[in-house]
Design a protein around this ligand. Structure first.
Ligand code: FEO
Length: 398
């Protein structure tokens, strides 16, 4: 694999994973990268590693530029295995290296790997590590994405190594934002935010304020492209996503058994088609949860549908709601809908209960229901419900 000059004596030495399609449940349809950076100075430092299976690629990349014996510091910003997985090999091969991380990270690493022989240097927000011409500073960024996460700043080059923050699961030949299609990269950054860090919006705001208080020319995350020419765009997006600010948008997602709930979803969709409102409709049989979560991030209103199955809801709807509940989107108005055969008080009511637990603003205290196949009257009610969702969403028009 080819290394890339990031700036001066800072090099990208990571791994582009074109094949990964699942990242702990996240559908990585465009693959990913595990970015590792090498700083060549009087003292040589590596910032983060790659997933364990790609250790040899990382070592070869480093060897193409320096001898492994020359590496003085290995900085670990985050203990999650996609970035720390190669540390055991790296620490074994870089015989003179010291592992630099914060106290919580040291503890987390020791619960993942045999670290007994590693020499640690513990750093925090007040630490500075001189490499010669360059110095490294550290910014604790708890919960972006684990409690031990931190970012590393290289003031002489004005590069913020931001770890998961500002990342994208996006495999590409270009290492920089200006080399790739910006619309696609921003979409992948949004997907990443919605599915990985949305739960920690408040913490991210603190981190963002802290990190962006410094003079930055580049944001080098641990996944995806390096932000260089479009820093303003990604920062503006992050500020918007952190607020989970609703747009005039309605998202309908559902599963269906014999098409009755699907017919109801179609009618809700029709009713929601008001001027100025974006509407998305997802049958969960055909749409992955990653997409549903991404589209829900900025939706003002959602409609969730299930037929009643075994006095409960369909498994795919349960899965989607469990996933969304975990991500804790805020400020959503919602309704429940779907068909039943004989158990009127389950299925759709179960959905309603979960929507309440998610602190959604429930627009209809009773779900929109159909016994078996929806009649014209039921479909008319669905269209009315769709209109109601759209009218609520329209209140968020700028
Ligand atoms: Fe990319 Fe939280 O690891």
């Amino acid at each position: 694999m080819k290394t890339t000059v990031v700036k001066g004596n800072v090099h990208w030495v990571g791994y582009v994973d074109w094949d990964v399609r699942d990242f702990h449940g996240y559908a990585t349809s465009r693959g990913s990268t595990y970015n590792s950076y090498l700083i060549i100075d009087k003292d040589i430092a590596i910032i983060d590693s790659v997933k364990a299976p790609y250790s040899e690629y990382l070592l070869d990349n480093i060897r193409s530029l320096v001898s492994l014996d020359e590496v003085k510091y290995v900085i670990c910003n985050h203990a999650e295995p996609d970035h720390s997985g190669s540390l055991p090999v790296l620490m074994e091969k870089c015989k003179n290296a010291v592992l630099v991380c914060n106290e919580k990270c040291k503890s987390a690493l020791s619960m993942h790997y045999d670290t007994k022989l590693w020499i640690f240097k513990i750093v925090d927000d007040t630490s500075t590590l001189s490499l010669g011409e360059n110095t490294l500073k550290f910014i604790n960024t708890p919960m972006v994405h684990w409690p031990e996460s931190m970012a590393t700043f290289l003031p002489e080059k004005k590069i913020l190594f931001s770890m998961d923050g500002f990342g994208q699961h996006y495999a590409s030949s270009g290492r920089f934002d200006y080399e790739e299609n910006l619309i696609v990269v921003l979409q992948e950054a949004k997907k990443y935010y919605a599915n990985i860090v949305m739960l920690y919006g408040k913490q991210i705001k603190v981190v963002l304020d802290k990190a962006l208080h410094i003079d930055i020319d580049m944001i080098a995350p641990s996944h995806g492209v390096i932000w260089k020419e479009h820093i303003a765009e990604i920062v503006e997006r992050y500020n918007r996503w952190i607020e989970c600010k609703p747009a005039p948008k309605v998202v309908i997602f559902f599963d269906t058994m014999w098409k009755s709930t699907s017919l109801m979803a179609d009618a809700i969709y029709e009713g929601a088609l008001l001027d100025g409102v974006t509407v998305r409709k997802f049958d969960l049989k055909y749409t992955d949860l990653t997409t549903v979560a991404t589209e829900t991030l900025d939706a003002a209103a959602i409609a969730v549908g299930t037929p009643t199955l075994n006095k409960s809801l369909m498994p795919k709807v349960a899965e989607a709601l469990t996933y969304l509940k975990g991500l804790a989107p805020v400020g959503k108005s919602a309704i429940a809908f779907g068909s039943y055969g004989w158990a009127k008080k389950s299925g759709q009511h179960d959905v309603l209960e979960i929507l309440k637990q998610m602190n959604c603003n429930i627009l209809l205290e009773e779900p929109v229901q159909s016994q078996y196949v929806p009649t014209p009257e039921v479909l008319a009610k669905c269209r009315e419900a769709g209109k109601l969702l759209a009218e609520v969403a329209l209140k968020h028009k700028k």
